[in-house]
Design a protein around this ligand. Structure first.
Ligand SMILES: Nc1ncnc2c1ncn2[C@@H]1O[C@H](COP(=O)(O)OP(=O)(O)O)[C@@H](O)[C@H]1O
Ligand SMILES: [Mg+2]
Length: 366
């Protein structure tokens, strides 16, 4: 019998999306084929400690939102210099070597989706699902994302970047003139619509800036694109493929934190979206192009605004939600890849990329 692949599911994390991550991870965990995989749960609590846990400890305790840290059972993960694979470090849990072949980081946001965990796993020489360090870091930074998109000729809403030192010079009238009214103000590297504001009047301007600066040291002012919100899922490394697009129809002024998480009827997900074949093709091509330009690997969800026939890329998510109702897996489901098979493919892509990178020379032989 073929040996099972040992998969570490990394979940939780020090991010505002901790609980969403656990919901996603629980769905991934339940869907994985036990004949193919041996599964290990690695929970990161809100204090940032890595626990090598059994199901009971993390999937249950971790959901208690007020619980900052998990019970200390002494079974933490550590990174030890001196690699067993061809790497300089090894991951151990306090009772022995960590026996995984691949890690699936089901983490969202800060310290999960931003390249930090990807750097840690790269040092440890462990294959992992999704974008590497660079693609993850780019995807987390809306300024860098938008500059690269613009450079590649992929339309994205017009924007300006501001630092706290710019505050005294920030002029509502001038920005309104440049962007049109309303315009958006948002932190550069957050998610879940936290700190995102639609600014319509002068009175709303400074409170929006102040709020956005609470979350980040860089903020964006961005042209408002009235229209539809369309999302497309991408899967692959060198030869990525695009799913059918889906549509988010928010029932609020925009797709705010409330609409995403607090209001059960805050938004409708229309899957697949009602679009002409020509527009579907254009969305898929643009999504693949953006995925490649931004150095993504494995998976990503590409989010668009559609105004008439004009398409703008808003952002990319390198670790999209994986709950049963999340857009990323739902789009693959209607495009012919069921949830369980999607997980198989993502793990295969992680292993393939690792093997390919292992072949790169690490010394110059002339
Ligand atoms: N330029 C824009 N034009 C129209 N709507 C926008 C714009 N920017 C943001 N929004 C609205 O705000 C939501 C959250 O903004 P987004 O940039 O996607 O932040 P996040 O990374 O937190 O999801 C979007 O889903 C959309 O509803
Ligand atoms: Mg978004």
């Amino acid at each position: 019998m073929k040996e099972k692949i040992r998969v570490g599911l990394l979940l939780g994390g020090q991010s505002v999306e901790h609980e969403i991550s656990i919901l996603s991870a629980r769905n991934v965990y339940e869907a994985m084929d036990r004949n193919k995989y041996e599964i290990f749960l690695i929970g990161i609590d809100k204090e940032g400690r890595w626990h090598f846990s059994d199901e009971r400890i993390f999937l249950e305790n971790g959901m208690k939102t007020r619980l900052k840290s998990l019970p200390d059972d002494g079974n933490f993960l550590v990174l030890v210099p001196g690699g067993e694979r061809q790497s300089t470090f090894s991951l151990y849990h306090t009772r022995g070597n960590m026996p995984v072949d691949v890690i699936f980081p089901v983490l969202h946001g800060t310290h999960g989706e931003d390249g930090t965990v990807q750097g840690f796993l790269t040092l440890a020489g462990i294959p992992f699902v999704g974008a590497g360090i660079l693609g993850s870091a780019i995807g987390m930074d809306k300024e860098v994302t938008k500059r690269l998109l613009r450079d590649a000729g992929i339309p994205t809403p017009h924007f300006r970047v501001f630092h706290p030192r710019d505050l005294p010079k920030m002029d509502f009238a001038a920005l309104g003139e440049e962007m049109g009214l309303p315009f958006f103000v948002k932190p550069v590297s957050l998610g879940s619509s936290v700190g995102v504001h639609k600014v319509k009047t002068r009175d709303e301007f400074f409170p929006a800036l102040q709020d956005a600066f609470q979350y980040d040291t860089k903020i964006l002012a961005e042209q408002f694109i009235p229209g539809r919100e369309i999302e497309c899922s991408i899967l692959g490394n060198d030869d990525p493929v695009a799913s059918l697009p889906g549509e988010i129809i928010p029932r609020h002024d925009f797709y705010s934190y409330e609409a995403k998480y607090l209001d059960k009827e805050g938004a409708i997900l229309d899957v697949p979206a009602q679009l002409s074949p020509a527009l579907i093709r254009k969305i898929q091509e643009t999504a693949v192009h953006a995925f490649q330009v931004l150095n993504c690997e494995g998976m990503a969800r590409v989010d668009f605004f559609l105004r008439g026939e004009d398409l703008f890329v808003n952002e990319l998510n390198t670790i999209p939600g994986f709950t049963a109702i999340s857009m990323y897996p739902k789009l693959w489901e209607v495009s012919g890849i069921p949830y369980r098979e999607l997980i198989d493919r993502l793990i295969q892509l992680a292993l393939e990329r690792f093997e390919r990178e292992k072949k790169l020379k690490t010394s110059y032989e002339g």
